[in-house]
Ligand binder design. Structure first.
Ligand code: XBP
Ligand code: MG
Length: 233
């Protein structure tokens, strides 16, 4: 039977990618860089998973003359971005999506284990939980697996395999929740059934292979304001 639920964080628990985007742009400004990623451009950049990898891809593709400054500069920009992001999340910039808290509570009261997996850092995942469920909310989760702990980020299955290892459970005893194609591929490649709830930046993708595709985890007619005017600009 079902023993555990494994949740992606960014886009699935909360619609955080817009906050990430703003944090990237604020970090660029802080370093005096004339870069600004608009929403349409960021949607494409999201195909590269991992923030540091995303900046590196951007530099390699659009500012190759700066690639000479190397990884150290990119790391520094990403460290700044992470700090700015965490501060925005602490200020409650991203609320939990509809139905998320209810599902977590119900799973918990039925004795299901709960694990978070994120391409971002463990610290960023914790910030999302603390800002929305208080520090005690962290106790609801049996493990948080972060992007920094695996060799290959999504769509590689590494992070989901790590989650299964931490749970000590086979994939058939778990269900994964994801919002993106990279996330769906990663979970499926680890043998998991995957419920996909597309987020502002991922809606419209081809989620073939999803165990279920639903607009959100809330009640059928619960309004989801993030869907209005998504991805403009
Ligand atoms: C999330 C990501 C992350 C965030 C930025 O993907 O790809 O890179 O965009 O976070 P997923 P960092 O929801 O599939 O985990 O800058 O900390 O990488
Ligand atoms: Mg996601």
């Amino acid at each position: 039977g079902l023993k555990a639920l494994i949740f992606d964080v960014d886009g699935t628990l909360a619609d955080t990618e817009e906050v990430h985007r703003q944090a990237f742009n604020a970090a660029f400004r802080a370093f005096g860089l004339p870069w600004s990623w608009d929403q349409g451009f960021y949607r494409q950049l999201l195909l590269v998973s991992g923030g540091r990898e995303r900046i590196r891809h951007f530099v390699d593709t659009y500012v190759p003359e700066m690639a000479a400054e190397g990884l150290a500069a990119i790391n520094e920009i990403h460290v700044r971005k992470s700090a700015l992001y965490a501060r925005m999340i602490d200020q409650r910039a991203a609320r939990l999506r509809p139905g998320v808290e209810r599902l977590i509570d119900e799973a918990n009261s039925r004795g299901l284990k709960l694990v978070l997996v994120t391409t971002s850092s463990i610290a960023n995942a914790e910030a999302v939980i603390i800002a929305n469920l208080e520090p005690a909310g962290l106790d609801l989760f049996d493990a948080i697996v972060g992007g920094e702990t695996v060799a290959n980020k999504k769509p590689a299955p590494d992070i989901y395999r790590m989650a299964l290892e931490r749970l000590g459970l086979p994939a058939r005893a778990c269900v994964a929740f994801e919002d993106s194609l990279n996330g769906l591929k990663a979970a499926n490649a680890a043998g998991l059934r995957t419920v996909v709830t597309p987020s502002t930046y991922t809606q419209g993708a081809d989620f073939t292979g999803a165990f279920a595709l639903i607009s959100h985890l809330g009640d059928p007619f619960e309004p989801y304001e993030h869907f209005a005017g998504a991805g403009e600009g």
